[in-house]
Write a protein that binds this ligand. Structure first.
Ligand SMILES: O=C[C@H](O)COP(=O)(O)O
Length: 247
């Protein structure tokens, strides 16, 4: 039985005051019988770490560099994330693939850099609406995951995978539990062919997860939690999603 994982991706939201309120609210609402993590903007990692000291909540980042160190202005290395005791880092979110032209290989290299420093990568895959309508969902997510599996080799069993259909992100359109499960099963089979750890690996669903649809999504056999955007910014909504994961 895989323990559920719920990850709040704050994206480019927050302020010191708002974060303090959100984290205090989550500390009060928890703990839950699930792993819960917030992935916060880089400037807020230190204060988040402090706020979550001695709690069951984890924290992480939303991206990292594929480079180790050096003259890469604006980049943040996975060594730095490890130095800040980040547990997770999201790589390959569709917003980074789309707005920063991140290739499958760059995403894979970032995942490798993270693992090299003991930070667990949450590798995002997902198709656009046009790709889904063209019947390409399976081939797109398999291509994206294959690059990571190939680059990580025998370490690929240590990552978390997140399936996020691009058309469901921030749109209020959620994949139905059956649609999501179908893709998760494809991803699980691909992982099974690559590592004997596949059965223990967590595959998260992301895309308009809300308190009223979380339980049904999380009840699917290959959905092991969620990557939550908008609803992660509201204590009551995120807490309700964490509760749904705890069943
Ligand atoms: O990383 C989170 C996803 O992009 C989902 O965002 P959303 O829950 O606002 O649709």
């Amino acid at each position: 039985m895989r323990r559920k994982l719920v990850v709040g991706n704050w994206k480019m939201h927050g302020s010191r005051a708002a974060n303090a309120q959100l984290l205090a609210g989550l500390k009060e609402a928890g703990p839950w019988n699930a792993d819960v993590t917030v992935c916060v903007p880089f400037p807020y990692i230190a204060e988040t770490a402090l706020a979550l000291t001695a709690t069951a909540l984890n924290y992480g980042a939303q991206d990292c560099s594929a480079h180790e160190q050096g003259a890469y202005t604006g980049e943040v290395s996975s060594a730095m994330l490890a130095d800040m005791a980040c547990r997770y880092v999201i790589v390959g979110h569709s917003e980074r693939r789309a707005y920063h032209a991140e290739s499958d290989q760059l995403v894979a290299d970032k995942a490798k850099a993270a693992l090299a420093h003991g930070v667990t990568p949450i590798v995002c895959v997902g198709e656009t609406l046009a790709e889904r309508e063209a019947g390409l969902t399976e081939s797109v997510v398999k291509r994206q995951l294959a690059a990571v599996i190939h680059t990580l080799g025998h370490c690929c069993g240590e990552m978390v995978v997140a399936y996020e259909p691009v058309w469901a992100i921030g749109t209020g359109l959620t994949a139905t539990p059956a649609q999501a499960q179908a893709v998760h099963a494809v991803l699980r089979a691909q992982l099974r062919a690559a590592t004997d750890r596949a059965v223990a690996m967590r595959i998260l669903y992301g895309g308009s997860v809300k308190p009223d649809n979380a339980a049904e999504l999380f009840a699917q056999p290959d959905i092991d939690g969620g990557l939550i955007g908008g609803a992660a910014l509201k204590v009551a909504d995120f807490a309700a999603i964490c509760r749904a994961a705890a069943h």
